[in-house]
Design a protein around this ligand. Structure first.
Ligand SMILES: [Zn+2]
Length: 234
């Protein structure tokens, strides 16, 4: 009981926090406390009994812990000049490589910030965009979907081809186009889906992406694919 009181008092003493902070700064970890030998249990599986014994002593024996810390401090002090010198030589010899690596990391961060973050925000707030992108994935990933019939257009998937989009009135190099069945003109996917009344294939006009179909619906939908193709959610 007294030892418990002593320990809890120690935990709130300012010097304890200072010494803890110093220990953390030097050891780089904060998981050691005033655990007694009988309280200590392994927090993970160690590769050997020897390793477990070291962990136990480290957690429960302050003197042993201090000895290990001093040992690693001495090692660091001993090798630090050599390591620093080697680092300087490496940096001098690989200046361009390091700069390129830093620039590449920055490019990844910028791309995430400029490209993926706005896309995520749009996906979260714009239901039409979410449906349009889901339709694109459905058509691109399911070959049987491309065999379905649309009222006005048909999907064209090929190698990247420069074509004129009559919707946005520019040439675009795209793999995926929608071709007008009457005029043979092409539309890019966003232009085609800007009019959602024509966007879904015949027989799937009520489809809402991302919404589970009622159980009874699955049977009736699968009959639309003449029983051979997968259902709309496949
Ligand atoms: Zn367009």
């Amino acid at each position: 009981m007294l030892s418990l009181l002593g320990r809890s008092a120690l935990q709130f003493h300012p010097s304890f926090f200072i010494s803890s902070a110093l220990a953390v700064a030097t050891a780089g970890c904060a998981r050691y406390s005033s655990t007694t030998d009988s309280e200590w249990t392994p927090t993970r599986q160690y590769v050997s009994k020897y390793r477990e014994e070291i962990a136990r002593r480290r957690a429960t024996d302050p003197e042993y812990r201090e000895k290990l810390l001093n040992c690693s401090r001495r090692t660091r002090q001993k090798y630090r000049p050599t390591i620093n010198a080697k680092n300087r030589v490496y940096m001098a010899q690989n200046r361009d490589k390091i700069r390129a690596s830093v620039a590449a990391q920055k490019a990844v961060r910028d791309f995430e910030k400029l490209y993926y973050a706005p896309l995520r925000a749009r996906r979260a707030s714009d239901d039409h965009y979410r449906q349009s992108e889901a339709l694109r994935n459905w058509v691109l990933k399911r070959s049987w979907v491309r065999d379905l019939t649309w009222q006005t257009h048909k999907p064209i998937l090929s190698e990247k081809t420069l074509r004129y989009c009559s919707g946005c009135a520019v040439h675009r190099p795209l793999k995926f186009w929608w071709q007008d069945k009457k005029t043979d003109e092409f539309l890019c996917h966003p232009c085609f889906t800007s009019d959602w009344s024509r966007a879904l294939p015949i027989g799937y006009e009520d489809k809402v992406f991302g919404r589970r179909q009622p159980t009874g619906c699955k049977q009736s939908k699968s009959t639309k694919t003449t029983g051979t193709g997968p259902g709309p959610d496949a």
